[in-house]
Write a protein that binds this ligand. Structure first.
Ligand code: GLC
Length: 568
């Protein structure tokens, strides 16, 4: 059946009306802040590029590859923590928020990175670890020294229960009790993560002010904003109270599986986000991205603030971190369109804490097609997006094979059930040299993943059919095509359990159809609900650009993805 006017004009319009978020299309483009519809590329600096041959990536390595990132077409780079740190949690344990860890370079290197990025119109976002410091941070060293020092109340301290037992049954996310008994205070301190990562006491105004000063310090230097780490964990119930057993069984670390009602996503988090937003607002272009694992869209919506006065871009994990399913994706996209109060969603499929999506999703077949489909799903709706280094190449997880090779401590604790996060943190694959062009060291901090000989920047740049060139084309299209850039969003064929179909329609009438086969089988689908009669391929994982899809029935190969211009 052709794309006929008759088939579903009314339904199409109804859906379009339903999902038109106010304010997003009407604003003139010049007023659109940079982070709306932006693509932010996450660099794990330890694994990106090593310029001094010590086997560990560094800031100069990022600077050296800014042309690559510019050419890829991203708008911002979020760099995971490069601050002074004992590296127990690879930088997420900070001992000085204002100093660069020598492993990663110097402040002069960072300033140069900022300057060079600016020349290429790339914004730099720092990772702000707000929930906890390192136990080697001077604030904690002082705090633990007595019950009366000036920082005594900067962390979360509690007296032992009779018999020296922990004040509550709370469990650390990284295993074991979340309470650590410490001398000379003879008190427990709380740590949501490792015991080397004591939680700051955000109820203390002095802590807040000190942290806001840190924000100003980096923003004055030229950082565009922050990815706020572990936002849900900022506050704990001052009344304590034991958690209940959520379900029988044990975690990979041997702990009972408990609720986290006293420690996660407490309402007070939002007060802090509002204060941080005020700090950020003092700088043009400032942006706050949040690491926000929440249970649903309602909780996510709250984090933008009722008056758009909290996070600019809380990470939307609803789309990217569930099962691969057209129905689920449809629901997540519709919710992002209709239930975020007109705020911009931030879609993400990959980061340094999760198995890479092409290994996590699907049945292990058609991985290249799956990568293209997921890229299209993330980059064609009305949203900002977070990419993770190497995603654009099809880099795969490469989990450790032996416990003795594991670097990420949770992988040692959880072995073999939880192998840790080394697998998704492997060196960036620049070329086919022995260490994939990541380092001149023959012993990089993590070994290079197999497959780098063919999955690498050098080869993929030269191959017009590569995944890398697909990403580039997609990123270009989302900026240049009026429908993908300014269009609204409407779902089509909503009862199809296999294929996700939607249309983006710009105010000038330009329309783009996006069709995504979410299954590893070929599918054919009769498109309903469009007034247009023909569709011409703009970009596709299987058909050449310019191919006409004008018979109304799309034939999609396994995980096939197509973006097409609709015409009457
Ligand atoms: C966040 C980071 C993770 C880190 C944890 C503790 O979840 O993404 O890598 O281990 O916080 O800081």
């Amino acid at each position: 059946m052709p794309f006929t006017r008759s088939s579903l004009l009314l339904a199409g319009l109804a859906v379009a009306a339903l999902v038109s978020a106010p304010g997003q299309n009407s604003a003139p483009r010049s007023k659109t802040p940079w982070w709306q519809n932006a693509v932010i590329y996450q660099v794990y600096p330890r694994s990106f590029a090593d310029t001094n041959g010590d086997g560990i990536g560094d800031l100069n390595g990022i600077t050296a590859h800014l042309d690559y990132l510019h050419d890829l077409g991203i708008d911002g780079v979020w760099i995971t923590p490069f601050f002074q740190s004992p590296q127990v949690d690879f930088g997420y344990d900070i001992s000085d928020y204002r100093a660069i860890d020598p492993q990663y370079g110097t402040m002069a290197d960072f300033d140069r990175l900022l300057r060079e990025a600016k020349k290429r119109n790339i914004r730099i976002l720092a990772d702000f670890v707000v929930n906890h410091t390192s136990d080697k941070h001077p604030w904690f060293i002082e705090s633990r020294s007595s019950r009366t020092n000036s920082k005594a109340d900067w962390f979360v301290w509690r007296d032992p229960e009779p018999g020296k037992s922990a004040p509550s049954n709370w469990i650390s996310i990284f295993g074991g009790s979340a309470w650590q008994l410490d001398t000379p205070r003879n008190q427990f301190y709380y740590h949501a993560f490792y015991k080397e990562q004591p939680d700051l006491n955000w109820r203390n105004p002095a802590v807040r002010n000190a942290m806001y000063d840190v924000m100003r310090f980096w923003m004055k230097r030229g950082v565009a904003g922050f990815r706020l780490d572990a936002v849900p964990h900022l506050f704990e119930d001052p009344q304590l109270g034991d958690e209940k057993v959520l379900r029988p069984g044990k975690t990979a670390y041997g702990d009972p599986i408990l609720t986290r009602t006293h420690t996660d996503n407490l309402p007070e988090c939002e007060d802090v986000l509002k204060e941080m937003r005020k700090v950020t607002n003092q700088f043009p272009d400032g942006v706050l991205v949040g690491e926000t694992y929440v249970s649903g869209v309602k909780e996510l919506a709250k984090l933008y603030g009722a008056n758009h006065d909290e996070l600019h871009l809380p990470m939307d994990t609803q789309l990217g971190f569930g099962t691969l399913s057209a129905n689920r994706y449809r629901k997540a996209l519709l919710e992002a369109e209709t239930q975020l109060n007109g705020n911009t969603p931030l879609f993400v499929f990959n980061n340094h804490d999760n198995v890479r999506s092409i290994n996590r999703l699907g049945n292990g077949t058609h991985k290249d097609a799956l990568a293209r489909m997921l890229a299209t799903l993330m980059l064609t709706p009305r949203a900002s997006a977070l990419m993770y280094y190497g995603e654009e190449l099809g880099m795969e997880n490469d989990d450790p094979k032996r416990k003795e090779d594991v670097k990420d401590i949770v992988g040692i604790r959880g072995w073999p059930e939880d192998k840790g996060r080394d697998g998704e943190r492997k060196p960036m694959q620049w070329n086919g040299d022995t260490t994939a062009g990541f380092s001149t060291s023959r012993t990089p901090w993590l070994t290079v993943a197999p497959g780098y000989e063919t999955v690498n920047v050098s080869i993929e740049t030269r191959d017009p059919g590569s995944l890398l060139n697909y990403y580039k084309a997609l990123l270009r299209l989302r900026k240049s095509d009026p429908a993908l850039r300014d269009g609204d969003f409407a779902l089509l064929n909503e009862d199809d359990a296999n294929v996700l179909l939607f249309v983006r329609r710009a105010p000038d009438g330009t329309a783009a159809l996006v069709a995504l086969n979410c299954t590893p089988e070929a599918r054919s689908i009769a498109v309903r609900g469009l007034p247009e009669r023909s569709a011409k391929v703009l970009l596709s994982s299987f058909a050449a650009a310019g191919t006409t899809l004008d018979n109304g029935t799309l034939q999609l190969p396994p995980y096939g993805a197509v973006v097409a211009r609709l015409a009457r």
